[in-house]
Ligand binder design. Structure first.
Ligand code: G3H
Ligand code: 13P
Ligand code: ZN
Length: 342
């Protein structure tokens, strides 16, 4: 199957009442892990690349790895999504490279750190929507800011002070014409999200219900949604790592979000932890090994297991064969006439 539009995948998820994980990648093993997890669970797959990932792979390796994935896994609807595009130029280059979906994160300025004002966000996001929809490419926007700057993304702000405002969300969706809205509900990127299992005081799931009540047809996205499982922290620390005790977003809270209109769930950290734990284990248990395959195979397998578990919990498992890819040229025609005026 050729790569598909994220809008199509999310529209299908909305119809089916399930969520779809969007997993970050930087290399071949991570793409393979996601594709194998998708095959074993019969799931549609969203692969996403940050600007850092695009630079790490020099774009072309990423592109050809994704082409290999479509060739080897023809039964899987597969999306390539730009994660946290910082400017219309970044989104443009992604679209030209073959991404079928882009995020214009206008909640922050182009430095990816400074919170932006609402009018700036509307302007840059709308610019990307016009450019992307012309080619049938999906656009995700973000309103509100996530907390923390642990992995270099986001403002160093108190997440609770920058939650998505439901009324502003209505205006934002109307004026930009985006396909999916990333909401800020108290999460942050990276492993260190919460100092104890989060409750409704710090992880504001009720905000999703409020937005959903005002925008029942809006496809919502949860960022910073790694669960940071205790067992992965324990494996890393058992084999010489030094992670401080931390808490992520419990899977049952994500499932609650999915029941209230969340359709895309972003996960990067859990995959990283799975890979690191598996590699540390081989290094400690087999210090005599020096063939990278001896540790990259278990690492790939560990990531596959995490991704599989998420695909099953989010509900996307079993849905890969529900639909045929609509060519982007057809999707572009569907968007025509729908261009919004700000
Ligand atoms: O939000 C983005 C992901 O955590 C990946 O970020 O590839 O720039 O480290 P990175
Ligand atoms: P995590 O750091 O929780 O995995 O979040 C990833 C993310 O939101 C990527 O956009
Ligand atoms: Zn994110």
């Amino acid at each position: 199957m050729a790569m598909v539009s994220m809008r199509q995948v999310l529209d299908e998820a909305a119809k089916g009442g399930y969520g779809v994980g969007a997993f970050n990648v930087n290399n071949m093993e991570q793409i393979q892990a996601i594709m194998e997890a998708a095959r074993e669970t019969n799931s549609p797959a969203i692969v996403q690349a940050s600007r850092g990932a695009r630079s790490y792979t020099n774009d072309r390796f990423l592109y050809h790895l994704m082409m290999a994935a479509t060739e080897l896994y023809p039964e899987i609807p597969l999306v390539l999504h730009q994660d946290h595009g910082n400017s219309p130029e970044t989104c443009k280059s992604a679209i030209e490279m073959g991404f079928t979906s882009v995020m214009m994160d206008g909640s922050l300025m182009a430095d990816g750190k400074t919170p932006a004002d609402f009018e700036y966000n509307v302007r840059v996001t709308r610019e990307v929507v016009d450019m992307a929809h012309e080619r049938g490419v999906t656009v995700e926007g973000e309103l509100g800011c996530l907390g923390g700057i642990e992995d270099g993304h986001g403002a160093d702000v108190d997440a609770l002070a920058h939650l998505t405002d439901p009324d502003q969300a209505v205006e934002f969706v109307e004026r930009t014409g985006i396909d999916a809205l990333a909401v800020a509900i108290g999460t942050s990127h990276g492993a260190y999200k919460f100092s104890k299992k989060p409750d409704g005081e710090v992880l504001i799931m009720s905000r999703i219900d409020e937005i959903h009540a005002k925008l029942p047809n809006c496809h919502m996205v949860m960022h910073g949604s790694s669960s940071v499982p205790q067992e992965l922290q324990d494996i890393i620390n058992k084999y010489g790592g030094q992670m401080k005790q931390t808490y992520g977003v419990p899977v049952e809270e994500i499932q609650r979000g999915i029941r209230s209109g969340v359709l895309k769930i972003n996960v990067a950290t859990d995959s990283r932890m799975a890979i690191t734990g598996a590699i540390r284990k081989v290094f400690v248990e087999h210090p005599e090994h020096f063939d990278p395959r001896d540790y990259l195979k278990p690492a790939r397998n560990a990531m596959k297991e995490v991704v599989k578990a998420r695909m099953i919990s989010f509900g996307q498992a079993g849905h890969a064969g529900d639909y045929q890819a609509i060519p982007l040229s057809e999707i572009a025609k569907q968007y025509k006439g729908q261009l919004v005026s700000a």
